[in-house]
Design a protein around this ligand. Sequence first.
Ligand code: BMA
Length: 328
Amino acid sequence: MAKIIGNKLENIPWQERTEKDSMPIWRYSKNPIINRNAIPSSNSIFNSAVIPFEDGFAGVFRCDSKSVSMNIYAGFSKDGIHWDINHDPIEFQGENEEILRKEYRYDPRVCYIEDRYYITWCNGYHGPTIGMGYTFDFKTFHQTENAFLPYNRNGVLFPRKIGDYYAMLSRPSDTGHTPFGDIFYSQSKDMEYWGHHRHVMSTVKGKSAWQSTKIGPGPVPIETDEGWLLIYHGVITTCNGYVYRMGCALLDLDEPWKVKMRSSDYILAPYELYECVGDVPNVVFPCATLTDSETGRIAIYYGCADTVTSLAFTTVDELMKYMKENPL
Ligand code: BMA
């Protein structure tokens, strides 16, 4: 039995699996938990990140507006299911006007490291790159330098230093809808300059075609005594466009660019109507998890069809067993 290394979270949102649920991940019965019009200006709210905060939860949400511009908004919840999202986007403070200039912001991740909540997102700076900032209270937000040159998406921090370095996964890309993409690992002494890049994993043709076009890291990796559990998205190109599914892998604890296990079968795919129908059909896109080290429970937050936000559940044992039974 693998153990999650981390905090207990007694109030983790949770629902037991039912007899109907045959996959390693099962959906919350009242999905979606956030509808497209949850704030007055929004066209869609999806691909968003949550984290334990005070006696409840906080989050950073991707809300695309009715003019279809992409921005990120703070939100709060007592139970992780019902959310109050601010009606105004996050305004960052910072040293550098050049960096604060906003083109677009989307697909945020939130990671608590040492004393603060770091936010990474896909940031428009002459094309997409990884924007970075932090907050202590989800009220005042500070923006720091972009982590990489354009073009890059899906910057996901590890929740602690590994060796002497802070660590981040990302997926180098292009300016458009990127028909390629592998996951890479980068290291930093100071959270500003990133280097010592390592390749982590590639797409798979043939045998595991759901991840044949591109793959990208999803939520902040979950530390276990057997390795870092990584939930990621995998994409195939079909005659009707891209289809986004979810997979999982186990990365080495000390050298996370080394993949110890990876499942050949996906762990979640667009089956339900709210995952198949929306602004971009057939997309499930995970950006955050909550975990409870006591029970091994994992709650996954994921965007559906680029329109709404949903919740699904699993445990560390389910995912480990699935990877062992369906190895790549
Ligand atoms: C990716 C990103 C995601 C989105 C996905 C499917 O390139 O833009 O935000 O969910 O495409 O449209």
